[in-house]
Design a protein around this ligand. Sequence first.
Ligand code: PRP
Length: 184
Amino acid sequence: MADVLKTVFLTPSEISGRVFEMAGEISRDYTGREILVIGVLKGAFVFMADLIRALSVPCRTDFIRAASYGAGAESSGKIVITKDVELPVEGQDVLIVEDIVDSGLTLRHIMDTLKSRNPRSIKVCAFLDKRKRRKISFEADYVGFSMDDGFIVGYGLDFNEQYRFLPAVYVLDPAPAREKEENG
Ligand code: PRP
């Protein structure tokens, strides 16, 4: 595994420091309120688990999952909700938690879907922002880290469902990873 993980992009201590800062900012913004935190599966579950435990305001949690049609790393633009939230959204202060914003298409679709259910407010918190890869205009309200490009794994982020468990974020070289998988 180590041979395909090129470099550490974010160490566990850099991650926890920034998550703590973000949780502080969010807690200040939502003082006196309860947040409905909605994580976007699967990638966001690690970040969300750390973030909610660092909040000083109460929250309830739920999850949503979306799939984009088309193979590979590039989204075709058609987003479908494959697992909906179970708690009512109407009248709630919703905070969508996402691991990464890339084209912006997934979050735009999720935002539009949840907005149509009349939340009191709705904001987005993203662990990573690949701003230069947007296909549509989309701004997250809270961003952990920004990066230009590069395939990254760890801290919830996967390559073919591998590496989500890693406590750091690594830049992956996908070519040797694919080769390794094909060769067993
Ligand atoms: C990734 C990521 C976001 C989405 C971002 O999910 O977790 O949900 O893609 O891409 P976009 O901004 O171009 O729409 P992925 O489909 O890889 O699923 P996963 O979270 O289960 O790994």
